[in-house]
Ligand binder design. Structure first.
Ligand code: PMP
Length: 283
C-alpha cells in the first residue's frame, strides 16, 4: 500500500511521523474522508471545500491549491488501484517542541491513505444497521472536521459493545448526528427529517447531496431537530456518510424502526445517491 506524506508517495511502512507532531500531542489537526466508486472520487469538490474551511477555522495554512489536492488524491487512488473505498486526508499543524501556542514557521504534516472497501454492494445496505443512542459529549465546534475524535471513539465502541454499528449522539433530548454519519428519520407521512446545519453537527457532504436529490425527486424535507422518541416512532431511519453513502437504520436502542427492515423511501434514496455517485464529476 502506498500513502502520501509531506509531498512524497511512500510504501505505508516507510511513512513515519515524529512523536512531536502536534496531531499526536494535541489532536491539532483536521481531516477529510472521500468515497471512491468506479475508481473516481465521489463529491470531491465539496469535500475539498469543507477541508479548506476546516483548515481556515483552526488557522492552518493550506499548503496546496484545490487543483494540487485533486491531483495528489487522484494519483494516490491510481497508485493503489482502488476501485471502491475511501480516501483519507489529514493535516496537522506540524512538528514542534511541545507548547500549546502555535509554533512559528513550521510546515504542516500532510498525509493521505486509501482503503479498499465495498460500498455499493455492502451487506449492511441489504440488512440495515442497528444504532444505539448515547449522550453527545463533544465540544461546541462540531462543524470543524477535527481529528480529535475521542467522544466518537467512545460512542462507537459503546455501539459495538451493544451489538450495534453506529451511535446516534443526543443533546438536550435531540439527536445531533451519528458518530461518523449524518442521522435522518422518515415520518409516517413520508417526509424526511434532518437536523439543520449549525455548530452542533458536521455539515455532511453526503447529507448535502442527498437533500438535493430528494428535493429533485419531490420528497418533502423537514429540516429541524428531532427527539429520540420521534426516532423510535419513525416510519424509517437512515444514515449517510462518504464511506457508506446511504445506509438503512433498522433498530434504535434495540427497538425495531417501522417493521424492522430497510424502508422503501430509504432504498429509493440509496439508489438515487448511487446513480449520482457512479457518474464521474466533470473535470
Ligand atoms: N457527522 C460526523 C460526525 C462524521 O464524522 C461524518 C463522516 N465524515 C459525517 C457526519 C458524514 O459526513 P460526510 O457525508 O461528509 O462523510
Amino acid at each position: 500500500r502506498v500513502v502520501f506524506l509531506n509531498g512524497a508517495f511512500l510504501p505505508a511502512d516507510e511513512a513515519k511521523v515524529s512523536v512531536m507532531d502536534r496531531g499526536f500531542l494535541f489532536s491539532d489537526g483536521v481531516y477529510e474522508g472521500v468515497g471512491i466508486l468506479g475508481g473516481h472520487l465521489v463529491d470531491n469538490e465539496p469535500h475539498l471545500e469543507r477541508f479548506e474551511r476546516s483548515m481556515r477555522e483552526i488557522q492552518i495554512t493550506n499548503p496546496h491549491s484545490r487543483a494540487e489536492w485533486t491531483r495528489l488524491e487522484e494519483e494516490l487512488v491510481r497508485r493503489n488501484g482502488v476501485a471502491e473505498g475511501f480516501l483519507y486526508i489529514q493535516i496537522t499543524r506540524g512538528v514542534a517542541e511541545r507548547d500549546f501556542m502555535f509554533p512559528k514557521a513550521v510546515d504542516p504534516t500532510v498525509m493521505m491513505f486509501t482503503q479498499a472497501k465495498s460500498i455499493a454492494n455492502s451487506p449492511a445496505a441489504e440488512t440495515g444497521v442497528a444504532v444505539i443512542t448515547v449522550e453527545d459529549q463533544r465540544w461546541r465546534r462540531r462543524d470543524i472536521k477535527s481529528v480529535s475524535l475521542l467522544a466518537q471513539v467512545l460512542a462507537k465502541q459503546a455501539a459495538g459493545d451493544a451489538g450495534a454499528q453506529e451511535a446516534w449522539m443526543v443533546e438536550d433530548g435531540f439527536v445531533t448526528e451519528g458518530g461518523s454519519s449524518s442521522a435522518f428519520i422518515v415520518t409516517k407521512a413520508g417526509n424526511i427529517v434532518v437536523r439543520p446545519l449549525s455548530n452542533a453537527i458536521l455539515p455532511g457532504i453526503t447529507r448535502k447531496s442527498l437533500l438535493r436529490l430528494s428535493k429533485e425527486a419531490g420528497i418533502t424535507l423537514e429540516e429541524r431537530l428531532f427527539t429520540v422518541q420521534e426516532a423510535y416512532d419513525a416510519a424509517e431511519a437512515f444514515l449517510t456518510s462518504a464511506s457508506n453513502f446511504v445506509l438503512p437504520v433498522v433498530s434504535i436502542d434495540g427497538r425495531p424502526v417501522g417493521d424492522g427492515k430497510p424502508g422503501p423511501l430509504t432504498q429509493r434514496l440509496r439508489h438515487l445517491y448511487l446513480d449520482m455517485a457512479r457518474v464521474p464529476a466533470e473535470a
